[in-house]
Design a protein. Structure first.
Length: 374
């Protein structure tokens, strides 16, 4: 059976060069990086060279990179730290954030009774910047937490604009950049953001590893306690092969960024043209000019086909999703789509299609034919 993978916002395949690098590290650099003998020192060198490589890719300082297990841990840590170390009285976010942010905010509100404000979302899925400015005008000590690229509909936040608005109002700014790191450039020497997070498996690296960028001199408390790894901030023996694989994946992503982006943009444009031709009443959920590798489409199918559409496509070997992979087992509608669609549109089947440079136009043709057979 033909296999077509169009769910790259959920996870990506590991780049072959990354697998080779991880295998080499597992074979050759197996010492504990905290050990002082030659085996440990060699592994420590791999760790720190990986940190420098990642910092270079996003124009940060190596000491501003802290390794984690991925996006969920990173977002939890930053938000909890905002309350414990930064002593914020309020967090401003949006209702279309990933649940790693939304559920953490709920927990923090219950535990610490801090204020949570949600900025309005426009019908195209973008943040209402005017409302954000209004919220910030009351001069509470605040952290703003807004994602760069929405993982379900691909709307893009203007990081530079929001960063500068936050600075004007003496607010800290954290962004979940999990969908965009490795897919667009970052210059953290110029962008006045305080915290951002990344997860390797979104840019063709391994699962179970990520990092936080923490602006130099900002205080942060450890979530765990134990050894002195990661300057005591994140104790526990480091997963060296995963960290080296993440660094390699990010290096490859940025080396090939221009060509890969052009290829993906062409595939996405071809997909839109095919939907227009074969399903002229389809709609794009969110901004039609969203991030280049994600499109969320609403299909003109009857409500009775909604429940079976993913199953039907899966039987054809096609991987797409209704929304975040973290809630794929849920029968509830996407919380993101529920925020921007009316009740009638919410009943229609919507699909998130997310591309990588490994996709081809033949993949799109196969998807269209499978949908026409419904």
């Amino acid at each position: 059976m033909k296999k077509v993978y169009l769910d790259n916002a959920a996870t990506t395949s590991i780049h072959p060069e990354v697998i080779l690098e991880m295998t080499r590290v597992m074979q050759e650099d197996y010492g504990n990086p905290s050990s002082t003998h030659s085996f440990g020192r060699q592994t420590k060198s791999v760790l720190e060279l990986s940190r420098k490589s990642i910092a270079k890719s996003i124009h940060a300082l190596s000491q501003e990179i802290v390794f984690t297990s991925g996006g969920t841990e990173s977002n939890n840590w930053v938000l909890r730290n905002a309350v414990l170390s930064l002593k914020v009285a309020r967090i401003i976010s949006s209702r279309i954030e990933h649940h790693a942010v939304l559920h953490t905010l709920e927990a923090l509100q219950n535990e610490f009774k801090i204020d949570i404000d949600y900025v309005n979302i426009l019908p195209n899925g973008e943040v209402d910047v005017t409302h954000l400015v209004t919220l910030l005008s009351d001069n509470k000590k605040t952290l703003v937490s807004l994602m760069h690229v929405n993982n379900e509909i691909g709307t893009v936040l203007d990081l530079d604009l929001i960063s500068r608005i936050c600075k004007q109002h003496q607010a800290y700014f954290h962004s979940d950049t999990i969908q965009s790191i490795g897919k667009t450039t970052f210059d953290l020497q110029q962008l006045p953001i305080d915290f951002l997070v990344a997860s390797a498996h979104k840019f063709h690296g391994p699962k179970g590893v990520g990092f936080i960028f923490i602006r130099k001199a900002l205080p942060i408390q450890p979530m765990l306690f134990g050894g002195e790894q990661e300057k005591g901030l994140r104790p526990g023996t480091e997963s060296i092969h995963n960290i080296a694989g993440m660094a390699k994946a990010l290096e490859i992503s940025y080396a090939d960024l221009e060509a890969n982006q052009k290829h993906i943009e062409d595939i996405k444009s071809y997909a839109v043209a095919q939907f227009q031709q074969h399903f002229p009443d389809f709609k794009i959920n969110g901004n039609t000019n969203g991030f280049y590798n994600i499109i969320n489409i609403q299909l003109p199918f009857s409500e009775d086909k909604t429940a079976m559409i993913l199953f039907h496509l899966d039987m054809k070997g096609i991987a797409v999703s209704r929304g975040s992979a973290c809630q794929s087992g849920s029968i509830k509608p996407s919380h993101v789509l529920a925020e921007i669609l009316n009740d009638a549109d919410l009943k229609n089947p919507s699909l998130r299609i997310s591309f990588s440079h490994f996709n081809t136009t033949a993949d799109i043709d196969y998807l269209i034919e499978a949908l026409k057979a419904l």
